[in-house]
Design a protein around this ligand. Structure first.
Ligand SMILES: [Zn+2]
Length: 698
C-alpha cells in the first residue's frame, strides 16, 4: 500500500513503481545482451590474436564491436574496465606511478658459446648432485627482443601491468597494456576463479609494424626509432594510451610470478596453464632432455630465426622442474636455473665511400652513407641510413671510415659504430650543409628539431617527394605515377606542385622515357579516377607536416570539407582528442600560406573532391559555430559525451571546466558547482530544451 495523506493506493497500481519495475526488467535484458556481446568478442579476439584462426570476417567483428559500443554508450553504468571496448585507450595520464611486483623480476645471465653453456649445466649438476643431473629437463624458448612486463590478474580479471623497472617495482603502464589486443582482459576459466596470478612476458613490435611506424615518423618529421625494442619501449611509455593503441604491439608470455589457487609444478605446466587461460605463448617452445638437445635447438634457430616476423636475439634455457629450481635458487641478481644463449648480431664491416644528402617532402635533409658493398644477413648492402646529423655526429662517422653495419628489423641497415683503430688520415669529417643540395636555398634547423630543413617552397627535390607522396597508395593512389615518371615531369617543367598533376595532357607524356602511348593513356585515366577520393585521403595527400595517414582519418571525421578544416582555429583543432598543439599549429600554418591557397584553388578547379563522402552530416554555419560550451548534470536525451559530440558536429567547442571564455553552460539535472561558477562569472546557462532550440535550424 502507498499512502498519500489519507489516500491509499495498492502498490501494484502505483505508476512510478510499475514503471520502475519494467525499467528494471529492461535494464537486466540490456545487461545480459552486453555481457553476451562481450563474451563473443572475447572469443573472437582469442581466435584471431592468440590462436591465429579467425572464425568470422573483420566486417562481422566490427559489427559486434559497434553494437557493443552503442549499447555501452547508451548505458554507461554497465561499462567495466575489462570490456573489450576499453582497448581503444583511455584518458591521457599526467605521469606514470610505480607498482611493486609481488615477486621480484630478476634478470638473466648471458652465455655466448656452447662452452659457456656446458659450464652452466655443469654448475647445475654440482648444485643438484650428480644423479639428479641426468633427469634435468630444460625448456628452450626464443628470446624475443622486446620489453619485459608483469601482468597482474585477480579473480581472472586483468588488474594492472608494469614494466620490469628495477626488478622490484616498475612503471604502471596498465592503460597502455590494455590496448594490446592479444593480452586478455579476462581469463578463460570455466572452473574456479584463480585468486591471483602474475604473468610475465615480452611486449614487442613485429618488423613490418616497426618499419611502418618509422616511415610514418619520417613523414611527420619525428625522429625515427633505432630498432623495434626502442620503438616498443617508447610506445609503452606514451602518456596517451590512444596513441599506444595505434602501435600494434604484441605480447608473449614466458614465465610466472606470484600465483595462488592453481597447481603448477613445472615450466611446461605453466605454459600449458597459460594456453588454457587464453594467454598467448610462443608456439616454438620445446622441452629438451640433456645438453645435446639444447645445442641442437640453439643451432636450428641460429638461421631459422631470420624468417621470424620479429627479432629474436637468442634462446632462453630454463630448468623445467620447479622442485629443482627451488634447490638451485638465485643469486642477488639472477636465478641460477636459467640462462640466455645469445647469438652474435648479424654485423659486417665495410668502408664509407661517401655521405650523400636526401631531401624529404617537408624539406628534411638526412644523411645517407654509401658503402663499399658487403654481404649481410643474406643480402648485399651498399647504403646505410644515418637517421639525422645528430646521430652522425654522436657516432662520429666520417667519410672513408671503416664502420660496423647491422640490420635491426629494417631492410636498410644502420651504422652501429666506427672502428676508430682503422681510421686513417683520409677520414674526412662531413660538414653540415648550409644550402639545400637540390635547390641551393639556405637550410636551417628550428629549436628542438631533429632535422635540418630546406624552407624553399619551390624546391624541386621537395616537390618531387611531395608529388610522390600525393600519388602514393595511402594518399590519392594514382597508379603509374611513380618516382621515375615524377622525376622526369618535374625536370621537364611540367609539374611544379601536385595540383599540376590534374592539368597534364597526353601530349606532355609522349616525350618521356619508357612511356608508351598505352601507358600514358592509363596514367591520365588513373589521374582522373583519383579526383573522387574521399576527404581523408586528400588531407593525407596534402603532405602537411605532422599529419600522417592516421591523423588524416581523424581530421576527416571531424571536418566535412577541406574548407572547413582550413578555416579551423588552432584552438578548435586542439579540442580534438588526438590533435596536439604541434599538429594544430602545423595545420594552421599550412593553410595560412598563400602558396597553399593557390594550390587548393587549382585542385578545386580541376574537379578534385574536397568534401567528405561519408553519410556523416555536419550542419554548416550553425548558430553555435565557434561558441564554447560546458556540459554538466544529467540530461534527458543525451549522455554528456553525446551532447559534446553534437556540439562539436555543429561547429561548437566543448571544455570540461567553466571559465570566462565559456559562452554557454548546458545544465541538466543536478548541475553541481559548475552552475555556481557559471553564475558567478556571468556565463549564460541553458536548459536542454533551450539548447535544442538553439541548435535547431531556424
Ligand atoms: Zn631545396
Amino acid at each position: 500500500m502507498i499512502y498519500f495523506g489519507n489516500l491509499r493506493i495498492p502498490a501494484k497500481n502505483y505508476l512510478p513503481f510499475r514503471r520502475r519495475n519494467s525499467a528494471m526488467v529492461k535494464e537486466k535484458k540490456i545487461r545480459r545482451e552486453i555481457e553476451n556481446l562481450r563474451d563473443r568478442i572475447r572469443r573472437h579476439d582469442r581466435k584471431y590474436y592468440v590462436d591465429a584462426r579467425p572464425e568470422i570476417t573483420d566486417y562481422e567483428y566490427d559489427q559486434l564491436m559497434r553494437k557493443l559500443l552503442r549499447l555501452e554508450k547508451a548505458h554507461p553504468q554497465f561499462i567495466t574496465p575489462h570490456s573489450p571496448t576499453q582497448r581503444v585507450g583511455g584518458e591521457p595520464l599526467a605521469e606514470f606511478t610505480t607498482i611493486d611486483h609481488l615477486k621480484p623480476m630478476l634478470s638473466i645471465d648471458n652465455v655466448y658459446s656452447n662452452e659457456e653453456l656446458k659450464e652452466f649445466t655443469a654448475r647445475l649438476g654440482r648444485l643438484l648432485g650428480d644423479e639428479t643431473l641426468r633427469d634435468v629437463g630444460y625448456v628452450t624458448e626464443l628470446k624475443i627482443d622486446g620489453v619485459a612486463v608483469n601482468l597482474m590478474y585477480e579473480m581472472g580479471v586483468f588488474k594492472w601491468g608494469a614494466t620490469r623497472g628495477d626488478g622490484n617495482r616498475g612503471d604502471d603502464v596498465t592503460a597502455n597494456l590494455k590496448t594490446i589486443r592479444n593480452i586478455p582482459l579476462q581469463l578463460e576459466q570455466p572452473g574456479d576463479r584463480i585468486p591471483s596470478l602474475e604473468v610475465r612476458g615480452e611486449v614487442y613490435l613485429e618488423n613490418e609494424d616497426f618499419q611502418a611506424l618509422n616511415t610514418e615518423r619520417e613523414e611527420t618529421g619525428e625522429p625515427q626509432f633505432a630498432n623495434p625494442r626502442n620503438a616498443t619501449a617508447g610506445s609503452l611509455k606514451l602518456l596517451n594510451p590512444r596513441l599506444t593503441a595505434k602501435r600494434r604491439l604484441k605480447f608473449t608470455a614466458h614465465s610466472i610470478g606470484h600465483y595462488e589457487g592453481v597447481e603448477i609444478n613445472s615450466h611446461m605446466d605453466c605454459l600449458n596453464t597459460f594456453r588454457k587461460l587464453g594467454i598467448p605463448v610462443s608456439p616454438h617452445n620445446s622441452l629438451c632432455h640433456g645438453l645435446e638437445e639444447v645445442y641442437t635447438y640453439c643451432e636450428e634457430w641460429r638461421t631459422r630465426r631470420t624468417g621470424l616476423p620479429y627479432e629474436a636475439d637468442g634462446i632462453v634455457i630454463k630448468v623445467n622442474s620447479f622442485d629443482q629450481r627451488k634447490i638451485l635458487g638465485a643469486t642477488s641478481k639472477a636465478p641460477r636455473w636459467m640462462v640466455a644463449y645469445k647469438y652474435p648480431p648479424e654485423q659486417a664491416v665495410t668502408r664509407v665511400q661517401k655521405i650523400a644528402l636526401q631531401v624529404g617532402k617537408t624539406g628534411t635533409i638526412t644523411p645517407v652513407a654509401h658503402l663499399e658493398p658487403v654481404h649481410l644477413a643474406g643480402t648485399t648492402v651498399s647504403r646505410a641510413t644515418l637517421h639525422n646529423f645528430d646521430e652522425m655526429e654522436r657516432k662520429d662517422i666520417r667519410v672513408n671510415d671503416y664502420v660496423v653495419v647491422q640490420k635491426a628489423g629494417e631492410i636498410i641497415p644502420q651504422v652501429v659504430k666506427v672502428i676508430k683503430e682503422k681510421r686513417t688520415g683520409e677520414a674526412k669529417i662531413f660538414k653540415l650543409p648550409k644550402t639545400c643540395p637540390e635547390c641551393g636555398a639556405e637550410v636551417s634547423r628550428g629549436e628542438e628539431e631533429v632535422y635540418l630543413r630546406c624552407h624553399n617552397p619551390l624546391c624541386p627535390a621537395q616537390a618531387k617527394r611531395r608529388i610522390q607522396y600525393f600519388a602514393s597508395r595511402k594518399a590519392m593512389d594514382i597508379e603509374g605515377l611513380g618516382p621515375a615518371v615524377i622525376e622526369q615531369l618535374v625536370d621537364n617543367g611540367l609539374l611544379k606542385d601536385y595540383a599540376d598533376v590534374y592539368y597534364l595532357k597526353p601530349d606532355d607524356m609522349s616525350g618521356l622515357e619508357r612511356m608508351a602511348e598505352k601507358s600514358s593513356q592509363n596514367l591520365i585515366e588513373a589521374i582522373n579516377n583519383s579526383k573522387s577520393r574521399d576527404l581523408d585521403r586528400l588531407i593525407c595527400a596534402l603532405g602537411i607536416q605532422h599529419v600522417g595517414s592516421r591523423s588524416a582519418e581523424v581530421l576527416a571525421e571531424h571536418f566535412s570539407s577541406i574548407d572547413e578544416l582550413a578555416g579551423a582555429s588552432a584552438e578548435a583543432l586542439e579540442d580534438i582528442k588526438e590533435v596536439g598543439p604541434v599538429m594544430a599549429g602545423s595545420i594552421v600554418k599550412f593553410f595560412s600560406d598563400p602558396h597553399t591557397t593557390s594550390i587548393m584553388k587549382k585542385l578545386m578547379e580541376a574537379g578534385v573532391n574536397t568534401r567528405s563522402l561519408g553519410a556523416k552530416k555536419t550542419v554548416e554555419k550553425s548558430a553555435i559555430a565557434g561558441l564554447a560550451f560546458v556540459v554538466t548534470g544529467t540530461l534527458e536525451k543525451y549522455t554528456r559525451s553525446e551532447a559534446e559530440d553534437l556540439i562539436k558536429r555543429m561547429g561548437g567547442r566543448t571544455s570540461s571546466s567553466v571559465s570566462k571564455k565559456t559562452d554557454y553552460l548546458l545544465a541538466g539535472e543536478v548541475p553541481g558547482s559548475k552552475l555556481d561558477k557559471a553564475r558567478k562569472l556571468g556565463v549564460k546557462v541553458v536548459t536542454e530544451a533551450e539548447f535544442e532550440r538553439l541548435i535547431s535550424p531556424s
